[in-house]
Design a protein around this ligand. Structure first.
Ligand code: UDP
Ligand code: MG
Length: 204
């Protein structure tokens, strides 16, 4: 059997997300069908205690575009993302959270910017519905402090939701860092970067 390389890799770290996966899959499928592009969805089970793994395996049986990576324990989101990005086969990859806080409906806008020639397209949050005052204030303080320490500018109000082109993915693979802060590394590698904007929804 020859493997057909998909154009787009969707990257989903999953820690106890079984209740979100059905809605996530439905929304991703609907959006990707409209783009007319071939795709895969690389899901990493990051040491879930619920039946996330069983759900993903069942999904994989019915849709071979689903790729499942099962980590041996909970390593945390940064490690889960790294594992998935290393397995992505597409010409670009789009990490998004399993809880639908990163709306899949934004994917076509990310793809348009990529087709215009950008290598990184950051999805920037305009609002954080359902997030507490404390979460907003601590996130704001975090980015102010880290950007004072860092030589590269780490964009505020940008999560892991973004598009990364194949040259960026290959550059990330060459970095030796083992304990990783992906948002920092995404900024560090450089490349032509732009942004699109969206409203962040509450956890599904
Ligand atoms: N996640 C993960 N490992 C962890 C914690 C979280 O893979 O140890 C995943 C989680 O399933 C979700 C994404 O990382 O897809 C973001 O997690 P969460 O929604 O808890 O974070 P927040 O929305 O607060 O950034
Ligand atoms: Mg979340």
């Amino acid at each position: 059997m020859t493997a057909i390389i998909p154009e787009i890799s969707l990257i989903v770290p999953c820690h106890n997300e079984v209740e979100n996966l059905s809605a996530l899959y439905d929304r991703i499928k609907a959006v990707m069908e409209k783009t007319g592009k071939s795709w895969e969805m690389v899901c990493v089970n990051d040491g879930s205690m619920d039946s996330t793994l069983e759900y993903l395996m069942a999904l994989q049986q019915q849709d071979h575009r689903i790729i499942v990576i099962d980590l041996s324990r909970n390593f945390g989101k940064e490690a889960a993302l790294t594992a998935a990005l290393d397995h992505a086969r597409g010409n670009c990859a789009i990490p998004l959270d399993a809880d639908l806080q990163d709306p899949p409906e934004l994917i076509p806008e990310l793809l348009i910017k990529w087709q215009e020639g950008y290598d990184i397209v950051n999805a920037v949050r305009l609002s954080r519905d359902g997030e507490s005052w404390l979460k907003r204030a601590s996130a704001h303080a975090f980015y102010r402090i880290i950007n004072r320490m860092s030589v590269v500018d780490i964009p505020t109000d940008t999560g892991d939701f973004r598009l990364l082109s194949r040259p960026v993915l290959d550059a990330l693979k060459m970095l030796p860092e083992r304990r990783r802060f992906m948002k920092g590394l995404f900024a560090w590698v450089g490349f032509r970067t732009t942004e699109v904007y969206y409203h962040r929804e509450p956890r599904y």
